[in-house]
Design a protein around this ligand. Structure first.
Ligand SMILES: Nc1ncnc2c1ncn2[C@@H]1O[C@H](COP(=O)(O)OP(=O)(O)OP(=O)(O)O)[C@@H](O)[C@H]1O
Ligand SMILES: [Mg+2]
Length: 216
């Protein structure tokens, strides 16, 4: 049996991760691959509860936040990602360890080595084969996220609350952006920058070119 492939989607708010996950899965399925689309936080039943606490609950201290993300990830890797990879599927995960480095490390200022150690513990050293960093200028991303929120208020789209991350201040988002840039520079083999500007279809074509070359 073909062994599984683990792809993660990373990037700032509104960069198009969730949109591109669906388009990539559709394309892969057309090509005959079995896919699992999942996300962090919230890829398991426990994760759903942690997600509600993390994104929509009361403020949490940075270390507690980090540990809750680690708990979410440990459960997710153990019960969903590893079994799907063992079954030969392509797993596409919307945010993974790099988001923790970017948000809790670069964003909140927690020690990057500590986060790396926790990531290793939580994943049992599982690393994505390919990470797609959707690179979108900050302003464009926040506008996309806001128009999604406005669409919700006018009843045009599915409920999508502006969460705690989106309310954070501009310098926080700048640190995040810098974080993704540095992470991509550190691991250029794994983390591929994708220009996330343009239509969803244009971005999907860029992503497919990279994924296809890796699968081939
Ligand atoms: N290429 C695109 N051009 C314009 N709008 C887009 C594009 N891709 C996605 N959008 C819209 O922008 C908003 C954010 O996209 P999406 O939810 O996919 O981003 P995300 O990275 O998953 O965001 P979040 O970090 O908040 O989960 C959505 O309303 C989506 O429909
Ligand atoms: Mg999303």
């Amino acid at each position: 049996m073909r062994s599984g492939v683990f792809i993660t989607l990373e990037g700032g708010e509104g960069a198009g991760k969730t949109t591109q996950q669906a388009l990539l899965a559709e394309r892969l399925q057309q090509e005959g691959y079995a896919c699992l689309c999942t996300r962090e936080p919230g890829g398991t039943a426990l994760g759903q509860e942690l997600r509600a606490l993390l994104l929509h609950g009361d403020p949490i201290s940075p270390l507690a936040e980090l540990l809750l993300y680690a708990a979410d990830r440990a459960e997710h890797v153990q019960t969903r990602i590893r079994p799907a990879l063992a079954a030969g599927q392509v797993v596409i995960c919307d945010r993974f360890t790099d988001s923790t480095l970017a948000y809790q490390g670069y964003g909140r200022g927690l020690d990057l080595d500590l986060i790396r150690q926790l990531n290793q513990l939580a994943t049992g050293n599982l690393q994505p084969h390919l990470t797609l960093w959707l690179d979108l200028p900050l302003q464009v991303g926040l506008e996309r996220a806001r128009s999604r929120q406005t669409a919700h208020l006018s009843g045009a789209k599915k409920f999508s609350p502006v969460d705690r991350m989106e309310q954070a201040q501009w310098p926080f988002h700048q640190r995040l952006y810098q974080g993704f840039q540095e992470l991509a520079a550190t691991e250029p083999q794994r983390i591929v920058r994708i220009d996330a500007q343009g239509s969803p279809e244009e971005v999907a074509r860029r992503i497919w070119a990279v994924v296809k070359s890796r699968l081939g």
